[in-house]
Ligand binder design. Sequence first.
Ligand code: PGA
Length: 304
Amino acid sequence: MIQATLHQLRVFQTVASHGSFTKAAEELFITQPTVSSQMKQLTQTVGMPLFEQIGKQLHLTDVGRELLATCQEVFEQLDRFEMIVADIKGTKQGRLRLAVVTTAKYFVPRILGYFCQEHPLVDVALEVTNHQNITRRMWENQDDLYILSQPPEDILLCNEYLMDNPLVLVANKNHPLAGKRNIPIKSLNNEAFIMREKGSGTRQAVQQLFGKHKVAVKVRLELGSNEAIKQAIAGGLGISVLSEHTLYSQELELTTLDVKGFPIQRKWYVSYLEGKQLSVVAQAFLEYLHEHTQKNGVTSRLAS
Ligand code: PGA
């Protein structure tokens, strides 16, 4: 492997992540024949096929998968080295890889913006996705830091508390239960309900609470977006449960319902893989995050 060049490894990693020579060539601004010849040479060096073509789809072989994991480590180490050099020179520089659950997008980008203003040489890859996908990314060691509500218990993680994340019951302002106090949770039986998609942490928390109280709502719609859910509530399609962080005070058509058992008390955590040596930039952002969530909390709340 000593004969493989870093350039070949970079090309291989890009091909593997897109499953396509053409897309890798586009991303790397090189021609497709260059990609092919680089991959041919790398395959010869390894001595075994790295990809197999099934129909139009390119798949990694077992050896290819191992090489991809190795590439990830090699490039991570090199990134870390660059950051250390920059840090010694007195600047924070390099790539910060973050993955956050959907509702964290209501506060993370702002904090990230302030952080990047202070450290203009930091560039960021921010992935916003649901709980299940975050868990998969953790298994694959894809990011520096994760922000989520219910860190999985079957992965060795360091979880640091950031702030509370209450999940509230949201309804249209004209809903018959709007404005009532202390509504028993059983009143939700047969309510038209808009549910988050499978794999969502919010959905899991709601199902747990409804299961515990034997509440059977009528799921009218499944949606993968908190913003789309709010529009559906405003349009009178049903009620739903959302993180309070997704709500803005100017949303006049929506209200929260005062149902017993709500809000579901969840917490925000920033997590990273145990044993992972955080990069200089990731460590700096971690500290920044703690400072800013403690100072500001999140205040966008609807009038109930
Ligand atoms: P979700 O995550 O986007 O997967 O619902 C929110 C949460 O876990 O609280």
